[in-house]
Each structure stands twice: as structure tokens, then as C-alpha cells.
Design a protein around this ligand. Structure first.
Ligand code: IVH
Length: 678
């Protein structure tokens, strides 16, 4: 085959694959095959530059940067659309009434036929095809003159470089270049991973890409396209209706959005507005409204234009999903699972159909990245039922002091939980910081109780959502230990609680006192400690006290316990409040059989601090001290938060009381001997 024929064949094949893949969502050849044909074409063109045509898929990758864009004069102006400001259904009625009046129709005349489409939120472009070839792409500019963005637009795979079917001398296709939501997310994830700035929203992503002087940069940003109209046309048989124009454009190879209908009269327009409003957030691209167009082209021509806006079309918007407002303060919220979330308190703003006063900043990494400070003007977004978020700051509007320094400093992550004062933990590489006071923290109370009572934990039948809500809200229960002190009258007094069920619940709570160590460990709700880990911990440590006093290094010797899990365990038991709740559970009679350590992975004494109190049955003070120290432990004279064990004998006094109050494990001589053996 001659090189020219081969090149033509390659171009056609590659474009066929492109169209199938990017427009029809079908992969008809393996990637490797596509790549091989692409490379072959590029080599052919390098060797024979005269074979490189304007429709060559090799031009889709960009090329050298431009110094500036050339100006393009639109032979048919690119119009804008009048916006119907009324976002309710009456917006559709107002448009229809106006059209009927202008066409001189009366109530007896049949409904006017419209096409209803989506209003895409991207950048308008005009594509000029001559004899079937894409020769020029332009932005709208002022409607008369735009910018020549041909090389950038060629990188959009959904846009055909050559029309399918008949090739009229001139066909200008108008439509919207946009960035899909999944592409936007992917692009931003990659940017963040590279430490580069992220795009604010898909529309800016599309507009910024198309207006890049370096086409290679544009090629790296994934853009899409929907055709919705025509510009200059010569030698093409223009269909009689706009609906048919759209069908013809699809037949030429353009993506045309399938969410379009032929509507008769205002009712059907309003129904479309409402239906698409409901779908708005599940679409894979942003829309800011719908567009109604008179379907019959002859009627469009009859209606004509006012200034730059056709009388035959209108944009019927939805409430804006992004608005500007001011940050009054940045506060910290603790979620049910202990997640610490920075939240911006805002000057109230109407966005996405409701008045918003708070917006999430997700986590402290995000807060740092977005650098939001009190007094800042921010873009707030509320899409559908998703919680409102701060998208970005408008830096020019930041309040500054003299000397050009920001008036307010950055807001840092607090060291302790604003609800309960427990330490905040943020594992390396994780975005979410959490309060470690799981058993005690008021914000986590309900969740902690439900988990404690769940079937695989303490298995307290009948202690569900509704009852936990009432117990907590009525002030009857603050920690799991309080469950064991509930009285019949308290439980029977709950809403919709029969006397019989109240007794059943109390029985179930009482039964749960007989626990097992794995269940008890799991029930504590330690972050990253699921049922399987709880079993491993119980088996390897043998007793709760050993687990409570194990160091991170010791814990990591347990199979399947890595640094993250080990840190969570140590953090949890380091919180005095958590230890108090455990002591209270034991005091309330919760018990479990404690085993002997299987394997010898955890050395129980190394680095541990003991306090001796009272008279031990057989060991003298000095003897006990020597034994402890010979195994790497320490003996201290007084009980503090740093004490790991108190060894108590007969007539133990205030040290024992203090240990109980601090939730420090208290052992007797026999248990000490057990530890020494390990
Ligand atoms: S038709 C004669 N149809 O809205 C009317 N425009 O102000 C010409 N837009 O930026 C436009 N979706 O890019 C039309 N389905 C649609 C549209 C649409 C979005 C944009 C257009 C322009 C603005 C018009």
C-alpha cells in the first residue's frame, strides 16, 4: 500500500476507535493495538510531512506553545440566552406566555412545540468544518470576535476532526466544552498528589484548559463536549426543527446530550425543569439550569432577536450551588466516631436552595491546603443534600494588617478534644484526626454505647438506637459502666417501654457482666481494633492489665498488629477517662476469665512502673522490688498517671484508693508472680 493510502487508513481507523471510545463509551480495540497504530501513523507523518492532514489524530496531543491567540471573527454571531430569573415552575410559564403572545396565539391555539435541553456549565466554543474537516475552533469572546483555540480543541477526543457522512462546504457547530465531574476529581487528586494547585470547579477547569497557550497542557486536562446548535452553514440541508438539527449533529459524530425532550407547552417544560433538577446532582457533569428553545426553525426566524439574545430561547436556572460569603470563625466539631472536623461559621448565605450558616472544611489537611482564616471571603458550595463545604478562599479579599501580613493566623488542630479534653490522635498518612476518649467523650457517647452493647461485643439484647438515645438524652447513662447501675423505674419510665421489656433489658444487661476477654476488648471500641484483632490481643496478652500496660513496641510483636493499631491501643489506654470507665465497669461486676499468656511475645514488666502498698502475704518489700527490677520493671513510691500497676497487700491504704480513682490496674501477690513468670 502506498504511504498516503496507509496514512489515510490509519487516520480513519484511529478516529473510528476514538469516536467509539470517547463518544459511545465502547472500547473496540485493545489499548496496545491503538497505541501501535498511532505510533505507526506518527512515524509515517514524520517521514512524510505532507501526509499530515488537519484531521490527523496525532494533532490531538497538542504541540508547541503559542505566544498569543489569534482573533476569530464569527461570521454568525455567538449569541447569549436570556435568563429566566424565576427558578420555580412559573419561569417556564412566563416564557411560554411570552412566545405565544409574540406569535399572536390565543388560548384556543395548540401548545407551542419546544426542545428542552440541559444548560451545561462549561465554555461555549464554535467549531468550523470545511468540507468535513475541522479547520478552526473559537471561543465566544464578545459574541462577534473570539479567540482561535483550534489546537487546544483538537485535543478534546470527543470532538470529531472529520465529520461523519456528507461533508458540506461549511458547517459551524456550537456547543459546550466541559470537564466531567469524575475527570475533575481525578485531575485534582493527581494535582494534589504532585503538590500542585487544584482546580476550583469543573467550569474553571474547562475554561482554563481551553484558554491555555500551551496546547500540550490542555491535552493533559480531560475535557468533554456537547453540541447544541449551529453557526454558519453552507451547502447543508438544514432540518426544519431544532430537534432534528441535534439528531443530525449526533449523526455527524458529535456527542449530543441524551437528556433532551420535545415538550408541548409550559406544563411539559416545567416538568422537565423539575425532573432534571432532581437528577442534577447525579449527572456526571455540572449544569446550572435547563434551556428551552422553540423547536420549529421557521418560527425561530419569525421571532428573531433583541440585542444579543434570541427571543425563541430562554435559560431556566436552578438555584446557584456556589456563593460568596464571609467566615466568622473556624470551630471544631467532634463526630459520633470521634472524628475531629474543622467547620467554618459563616455569615448566612442562600445557596443550593437553603440558607447556610456552617460549612465543613473536612479535615485539618484540607484546612491547611485551602488556608481558610476568620474574616476570609470564601466560595461556599451546597449541591443537593450534600453538606455545604468551603470550596476556596478569595485571596484578594483577605483582611490584612499594616505591613501586608494577614490579620488572622492559621487555625491549627487542637491538641485535645473540645468536648472531653482527651488527646487527639492523627495517625501518619491519615487525613482524619480523632478524639481518643471513646468511652467517655460526650460526642461519642451514643455510638460507644451502641457498639458496647452490640451482638459481637457485650451482646446486650434490646439496647438499640431508640433506647440509647433516650438513656443518654435523659441523663441516665453517660458511659457504658452506668448501664450496670440502671434501675427498673428508670428503664420503665422510657418512652413506649412496657414493664416486661424493661425487666428484660435489665436482665440482658446483668447477663452481660459475664463477659469474655476478647468480647470486652472489642466492646471498648478502640479505634482500629475489630473483632479479630480483639481476639488476637486477648490470646497474646492473656489479661486486660497486660494489654492496658503494653507499649507500642510490645504490641507490634503480636501478629497482625502494626504501628497504626498499636498506637491506637496505647492512645486509648493512656486516656485517664477511658481507664476510669474500665475501672467502673470492673467495679460494677463485669468480669471475664483471664488466661495465661500463650506464646511469649509480650514481656509484661519491661519499662513498667509498679507501686507497692500494704503487706504482701509472702514477699517482703525489698524482695518484691528486687524481683520486679530484675525483670526490667521500676518501683516508685507514689501513685500517679505514670504508674502501670499497684501491687496491693493487706491493709493497703490511700495508694490503693488513688489507684482505683485513676483506673490503674491493681494486682495482688499471686498476680505479680504470674507477671514475673512471663
Ligand atoms: S444555545 C441562541 N444551548 O449558555 C442560543 N447554550 O448564554 C445560543 N449553554 O455560554 C446558545 N448549554 O455556552 C445553548 N443547551 C444549550 C446550552 C447553552 C449551555 C451556554 C452557552 C453560553 C450560554 C448562553
Amino acid at each position: 500500500m502506498a504511504a498516503a493510502d496507509r496514512a489515510r487508513w490509519l487516520r480513519e481507523e484511529l478516529e473510528r476507535y476514538n469516536h467509539a471510545y470517547y463518544v459511545c463509551d465502547q472500547s473496540i480495540v485493545p489499548d496496545a493495538e491503538y497505541d501501535a497504530l498511532f505510533l505507526e501513523l506518527r512515524e509515517l507523518e514524520t517521514e512524510n510531512p505532507e501526509l499530515c492532514t488537519p484531521d490527523s489524530p496525532t494533532l490531538r496531543v497538542g504541540g508547541a506553545p503559542l505566544a498569543e491567540f489569534q482573533t476569530v471573527h464569527h461570521r454568525v454571531p455567538m449569541l447569549s440566552i436570556r435568563t429566566e430569573t424565576d427558578t420555580t415552575v412559573s419561569g417556564a410559564e412566563a416564557f411560554d406566555a411570552r412566545i405565544r403572545r409574540e406569535l399572536g396565539l390565543t388560548a384556543e391555539d395548540a401548545p407551542v412545540e419546544y426542545v428542552a435541553e440541559l444548560k451545561f456549565d462549561g465554555l461555549a466554543v464554535s467549531l468550523r468544518y470545511e468540507h468535513g474537516l475541522l479547520v478552526q475552533a473559537a471561543t465566544r469572546g464578545d459574541g462577534e470576535r473570539g479567540e482561535d483555540v483550534t489546537r487546544n480543541v483538537r485535543t478534546i477526543r470527543q470532538i470529531p476532526l472529520r465529520l461523519q457522512g456528507d461533508a458540506p462546504p461549511v458547517l459551524e457547530v456550537r456547543g459546550e466544552a466541559y470537564m466531567s465531574r469524575p475527570d475533575f476529581e481525578k485531575f485534582n487528586q493527581r494535582q494534589r498528589a504532585l503538590g500542585k494547585p487544584a482546580l476550583v470547579n469543573p467550569r474553571n477547569g474547562a475554561a482554563g484548559s481551553i484558554r491555555q497557550l500551551d496546547p500540550a497542557l490542555c491535552a493533559r486536562r480531560p475535557l468533554s463536549f456537547f453540541a447544541y446548535g449551529l453557526g454558519e452553514v453552507a451547502g447543508w440541508s438544514l432540518p426544519a426543527t431544532h430537534g432534528e438539527v441535534l439528531d443530525a449533529l449526533a449523526a455527524c459524530g458529535f456527542p449530543v446530550c441524551q437528556h433532551r425532550i420535545i415538550a408541548h407547552g409550559a406544563q411539559e417544560l416545567a416538568a422537565f425543569h423539575q425532573a432534571m433538577g432532581g437528577m442534577r446532582d447525579s449527572l456526571p457533569f455540572d449544569i446550572d439550569g435547563v434551556v428551552y428553545k422553540v423547536n420549529t426553525i421557521a418560527l425561530q426566524q419569525q421571532l428573531g432577536f433583541v440585542t444579543r439574545e434570541p427571543r425563541w430561547a430562554v435559560a431556566h436556572k436552578y438555584p446557584a450551588e456556589e456563593m460568596l460569603t464571609t467566615v466568622e470563625a473556624i470551630e471544631v466539631q467532634v463526630g459520633r466516631t470521634g472524628a475531629i472536623t474543622p467547620v467554618a461559621r459563616l455569615v448566612p448565605v442562600f445557596v443550593g436552595g437553603v440558607t447556610v450558616t456552617n460549612a465543613t472544611l473536612h479535615n485539618f489537611d484540607e484546612l491547611e491546603r485551602k488556608d481558610v482564616r476568620p474574616g476570609d471571603t470564601v466560595i461556599v458550595r451546597r449541591a443537593g443534600d450534600v453538606i455545604p463545604e468551603v470550596v476556596s478562599v478569595v485571596p484578594e479579599r483577605r483582611p490584612m494588617r499594616d505591613g501586608n501580613a494577614p490579620l488572622h493566623p492559621r487555625v491549627a488542630m487542637p491538641a485535645s478534644c473540645p468536648e472531653c479534653g482527651s488527646a487527639i490522635e492523627k495517625p501518619e498518612g491519615e487525613a482524619i484526626a480523632r478524639c481518643t476518649g471513646g468511652l467517655y467523650c460526650p460526642a461519642q457517647r451514643k455510638q460507644a454505647l451502641l457498639h458496647f452493647a452490640s451482638r459481637r461485643a457485650m451482646d446486650i439484647e434490646g439496647l438499640g438506637d431508640r433506647i440509647v438515645d433516650q438513656l443518654v438524652e435523659g441523663g441516665h447513662v453517660r458511659t457504658p459502666a452506668d448501664l450496670y447501675h440502671l434501675g427498673l423505674d428508670q428503664v420503665a419510665g422510657l418512652d413506649r417501654m412496657a414493664a416486661k421489656s424493661a425487666q428484660n433489658l435489665l436482665d440482658a444487661i446483668a447477663r452481660s457482666r459475664d463477659a469474655t476477654l476478647p468480647r470486652f476488648i472489642f466492646a471498648l471500641g478502640i479505634r482500629n481494633v475489630g473483632e479479630a484483632t480483639a481476639k488476637d490481643l486477648a490470646r497474646q496478652c492473656g489479661t486486660l492489665d497486660i494489654l492496658m500496660t503494653a507499649s507500642e513496641e510490645q504490641l507490634q510483636q503480636i501478629p497482625d498488629v502494626g504501628p497504626v493499631v498499636a498506637a491506637s491501643i496505647v492512645h486509648f489506654f493512656a486516656q485517664p477517662h477511658n481507664r476510669e470507665v474500665i475501672a467502673a465497669l470492673r467495679a460494677a461486676g463485669v468480669t471475664w476469665p483471664e488466661g495465661v499468656v500463650a506464646g511469649n511475645t509480650v514481656s509484661a514488666l519491661a519499662g513498667k512502673t509498679f507501686v507497692l502498698t500494704g503487706t504482701l502475704p509472702s514477699l517482703g518489700r525489698d524482695e518484691a522490688r528486687d524481683l520486679i527490677e530484675s525483670r526490667g520493671g521500676k518501683v516508685a513510691g507514689s501513685v500517679s498517671g505514670k504508674t502501670h500497676y499497684v501491687v496491693a497487700g493487706a491493709e493497703a491504704g490511700s495508694k490503693l484508693e488513688k489507684a482505683r480513682a485513676l483506673g490503674i490496674p491493681v494486682i495482688d501477690e499471686a498476680q505479680l508472680m504470674e507477671l514475673l513468670k512471663q
